[in-house]
Design a protein around this ligand. Sequence first.
Ligand SMILES: [Zn+2]
Length: 439
Amino acid sequence: MPRKLVLMVVDGMTPAAFERAIEDGKAPALSFLAAHGEYRQATSVFPSLTPVCLTSIATGAGPGVHHVPSLVWWNRQERRIVEYGSSFPALRAAGLSQSLLDTIFNMNARHLSRDAVTVYEALEDAGLVAAAVNITCYRGRHRYLPTVPGLNRAAHGPRRFFFYGLFESDRTGARFAVRSRRSGSVDAYAAAVGRWLVTRDGFDFLAYYLSGYDYASHEGGPEGAAAEQALEQVDAAIGALFEAAGGPDEFLERYAVVLLSDHGQTSVERAVRLEEPFADLADQVVVAASNRAGQVYLLPQARVDAGELARRLDGSVAVELTLRGEGDEVVARREGADVPVEELEHPDAAWRARSALANPNAGELLVSAAEGWELTDLGGRHHVGGGSHGSLAAGDSFVPLLTVGLQAELRRITDVAPAVLDHFGVREPPSMEAAAGVG
Ligand SMILES: [Zn+2]
């Protein structure tokens, strides 16, 4: 029987931040793992935004297969915006109760394609026990009702399932407090649950998701003091698992480890509304933008095509490039000229662009913001003076990826789930084999 495995996902941690933490000795738990493992950089998906990235990690497939297109998108069937939490004002603008339903339930129950198999489903179908803590892509075979009295809509998660105190497969005594998020309370909850799970050795596979780092990096930028402090909290949350196992060596005797982030972050100096260049087309298009990525959807009655939408952004300093399909080709447009996507020097550009556009929930035109720029969300919010991500550019796209006790060549975040299944001798479902394609 292979060693059990813990997948640690640190939201928004850049390779530079991870490498610094290892070098300056401020992160003993991360340093210990690095000293015992293999480190490399990998590439995220496009857009490099958390719901898309975490779903890609958990399904081993790009957005062309799993169908979660962005942090905010236009649902063509229901003719409405889906907003997973760009900001509180954006959630309010999209309708707060609908947005919470979309984020907590619909992303997994409806938006995530039935054809994409999650790592939890694949492992549990093979008789193993999977656990998920706080990760937004959680779909499994077990039915759970919320812990909040009066809420009776069920979600389906793995055998061990913990989601921000709202779903809990087991009583652990961990307390969830969203009010003190700034001080790291969300990750403190994850750590308390993780400690409980490791103490009982209650899983074969654990997806352990820490969100606090991304929050801090948005506020103060990827090189800011808040991010540095958040990394110490990340380290403490990983150290908590070591302690529960009786020490770091004992932890690695029991578990193999894959540690990565879902996307990078870059500094933001200015923000712009992507809606503006399309203001006169309000009856023909829908614009959905957030952070450093945007999408423009053509409504059925539109009299313009994606090429015309792309040309409208010529000369926009906030937009580095756009992507659109032309027949079987994916065309990138930048600096006022169309270029084949294969000619872009961005990390893994062709596969990422193709997978993003193969998603039936994606807009006809995808927008990747220029360096230093952000596209304001539905609530008019941005992170000017801080950090952001979402684009095809290297800083948003490269992630640190560390493996301990797992032999695999991992280049993309979508390579992780198939490698986990291989580790346990479980056959990859066709949706993961398809990850080599685009959708
Ligand atoms: Zn983020």
